[in-house]
Write a protein of this length. Structure first.
Length: 312
């Protein structure tokens, strides 16, 4: 009886009238709508800014594509992207304008690119495994010196390298462009792989060592299969940088038969005679296609490789 009386004596919580509850819901909904409207306007503004900036950055490329199918005399008269006439002869003329067909120079670039990729994959992966897993004297000092070389410009070492390769007799060959890659000279890729290997648990190394595996077997059968994202990233960057390398090829390659794509494109520009801009733009588009295809199909490996190495 006491419990019933106590419960009955508890004052009831007053409920607001139906009209007041309805007004509170309306105010809450208005606040949500106003907040979402502000968020939408900000997002729309950001997207518009990104679209405008993207259009400004991609305009030169689109202009070059359009100019490659314009007559040579109309290229600089009309800066717009609208085509009044379609002229595909620039591609045919540009392909055979030089001493050899343009495919010959693309083959030369492919030889240098393949050699550079293999050199970086082999040498940089071995150096990275040594820095990440092996304990040797002055390893930290050597690793720091290796990182310092990233900030060393290529133009600083080009003179002693040229003297060395000239004495060996490698000038006007592909060896000066390929052999340095076999010596792990690209410190960026070594650092990239070191960061990736440090993220692999050492328990895998210890398990392989218990099974009797040494460092060569651990490197080949344990590390390399797990380093696919980092190796793919190295492959893509090496391809793009080597394919677009102009300065190194210009220094070491003097025979037109040995020209790579960037040096061959430079041959279209003549300060004394008239420059065939249409053919130059057409072959520039052709030379960009391999880079575009490699980046298109390797983009997911590139993103995964950079994301898993801790580089920001």
């Amino acid at each position: 009886m006491t419990n019933l009386q106590t419960v009955s004596e508890i004052p009831a919580i007053p409920t607001p009238p139906p009209g007041r509850r309805k007004n509170a819901k309306v105010r809450a909904s208005r606040g949500t709508l106003s907040f979402s409207a502000r968020a939408r306007s900000r997002a729309l503004t950001k997207h518009l800014i990104l679209i405008v900036c993207g259009a400004v950055m991609i305009y030169p490329l689109l202009w070059m594509v359009v100019s490659s199918v314009r007559p040579n005399e109309l290229i600089f008269k009309d800066p717009g992207l609208w085509l009044s006439t379609l002229d595909m002869s620039n591609y045919a003329n540009g392909w055979s304008a030089l001493t050899h067909p343009f495919g010959h120079y693309m083959l030369n670039s492919a030889i240098v690119v393949i050699g550079s990729i293999l050199g970086n994959l082999i040498s940089c992966s071995m150096a990275a495994y040594a820095f990440a897993r092996l304990k040797f004297t002055a390893s930290k000092i050597l690793f720091g010196i290796m990182l310092i070389t990233i900030m060393l410009p290529f133009h600083v070492v080009i003179v002693p390298q040229y003297v060395l390769f000239s004495q060996i007799g490698w000038v006007n060959t592909f060896w000066p462009l390929i052999v340095p890659k076999l010596l792990a000279t690209d410190a960026f890729f070594v650092f990239l792989m070191v960061q990736f290997i440090r993220g692999i648990p050492k328990d895998l190394d210890e398990a392989a060592r218990i099974d009797g595996a040494g460092h060569p077997r651990i490197f080949l059968q344990v590390m390399l299969p797990l380093m696919v994202p980092a190796l793919a990233t190295t492959t893509i960057f090496t391809f793009i940088w080597t394919w677009n390398d102009f300065f190194g090829a210009l220094i070491y390659l003097t025979d037109p038969d040995m020209f790579t794509v960037p040096v061959a494109l430079r041959a279209f520009v003549d300060s004394q005679a008239g420059t065939s801009w249409g053919s130059l733009f057409a072959m520039s588009i052709v030379s960009l296609l391999p880079v575009f295809m490699v980046f298109l199909f390797g983009q997911r490996f590139l993103i995964k490789g950079i994301a898993t190495t801790g580089i920001k």
